[in-house]
Design a protein around this ligand. Structure first.
Ligand code: NIG
Ligand code: FE
Length: 381
């Protein structure tokens, strides 16, 4: 089956400048041809883009989608002046432990549908709301049903039953919990922050995960500056995520490394923290990705378009940079070269926008501009 999307007014390939009056051929789940609409090959089915824009599917490289309950009341209190604290995670842990697999699965599938409808074709999903061996194993197993990008985040916070023995909890994470979760996961993550895990504890977690074949990615510098970024760069982590409070040394280390900095504007928005200066980071040579960090506490949006709009409005990114960061940048953060780019041989993950240019994603915030979405060549929205 060959599907041709033609009469594309503006095609963002992430390889060189945008193409005008373009066409893309989808075949067997892959892109098999890209070029001018007037030279397009024959196909079994034709989609007329009618002058609208096409971009690669969004690659959302940071989410926490398997959880029970929500924290709307906490959000309301925060908007009335209360400060965000990582301790809120524990209330989601209680709701998650109480939920059945079927309840968690139904919720998770609902989020995936919601993401597809908004143009996201790849999503990374973390555990971290179980914090005991049995529940963490359930979370990574359920996540693996919907994505290959599964992250074991047993070291999210120290659960209540271990408050007096955080090192004992780390022993559990790197022992039987890792043993149970590693078969379902690709990545190992830790929340390296005051109130969560120290640098020493984070190092133990990341080294144990690496020894089990997982690749590190790290939550760091979300609530204040810390040593997590330097640790992540030293260990060759694929990504450090958040980076709300970076030091000059962090920026220098990131710029000279292969570690991607994944910025999460939904978090600063929903916790009223300052937005990071993405302009300065990009100018310094840091590779920046954008992701939603969908979770019930710090960022309950699943809209990559919203993150793009904020990154352009408040973080100094151009629309082109923000869209690159939300597609090819996310792919880099997941060390994937088969997604995030529209070129022959790559996966046929694309979004047809209800707009003539990609700029509209930032220019028309809050407006649903996704017309059609293909993942692996199959229309999913
Ligand atoms: O990525 N930083 C830690 N973890 C989540 C927040 C989780 C929560 O508040 O439930 C995050 O922001
Ligand atoms: Fe997170």
């Amino acid at each position: 089956m060959r599907t041709l999307i033609t009469n594309i007014g503006e095609l963002t390939t992430n390889e060189g400048p945008v193409l005008r009056d373009a066409a893309v051929l989808l075949e067997e789940g892959l892109i098999s041809w890209v070029g001018g609409a007037d030279e397009a090959p024959d196909a079994d089915a034709i989609v007329d883009a009618d002058g609208r824009a096409v971009i690669p599917g969004f690659v959302d490289s940071h989410s926490h989608l398997v959880f029970g309950g929500d924290r709307a009341a906490e959000f309301e209190a925060r908007m009335a002046g209360q400060k965000y604290a990582a301790g809120g995670i524990r209330s989601t842990v209680a709701a998650t432990r109480a939920a059945t697999d079927d309840e968690l699965r139904a919720r998770l599938r609902g989020f995936i549908d919601e993401m597809h409808a908004q143009g996201t074709t790849t999503v990374e999903i973390k555990s971290g709301y179980g914090l005991d061996v049995e529940t963490e194993e359930r979370l990574v197993r359920l996540a693996a049903e919907v994505t290959p990008e599964v992250t074991f985040l047993g070291a999210h916070v120290v659960p209540v039953e271990y408050v007096d023995d955080p090192d004992g909890y780390v022993d559990l994470v790197i022992g039987s919990m890792l043993e149970a979760c590693a078969p379902h996961a690709k990545w190992i993550d830790v929340f390296c922050e005051t109130g969560a895990f120290t640098v020493e504890q984070s190092l133990r977690v990341l080294e144990a995960g690496t020894a089990r074949g997982l690749v590190p990615r790290v939550h760091a510098s979300q609530l204040g500056p810390g040593a997590g970024v330097l640790l992540a760069v030293e260990l060759g982590a694929a990504s450090i995520d958040h980076g709300t409070y970076l030091t000059d040394a962090d920026i220098e280390a990131l710029a000279g490394s292969d570690t991607v900095l994944t910025l999460l504007p939904g978090v600063e928005f929903s916790t009223r923290q300052p937005y990071p200066d993405a302009r300065r980071l990009i100018d310094a040579g840091v590779t920046v990705a954008l992701a939603c960090d969908t979770n019930p506490g710090s960022s309950f949006t699943s809209s990559m378009a919203f993150c793009i709009a904020v990154a352009v409005r408040d973080m100094g990114m151009t629309p082109a940079e923000a869209i690159w960061a939300a597609t090819a940048g996310g792919a880099r953060a997941l060390r994937r070269d088969d997604i995030g780019v529209i070129a022959p041989g790559r996966r046929a993950d694309l979004v047809l926008l209800k707009a003539p240019t990609r700029i509209h994603l930032a220019y028309r915030p809050g407006v649903p501009l996704v017309e059609r979405v293909w993942k692996d060549g199959v229309q999913v929205a």
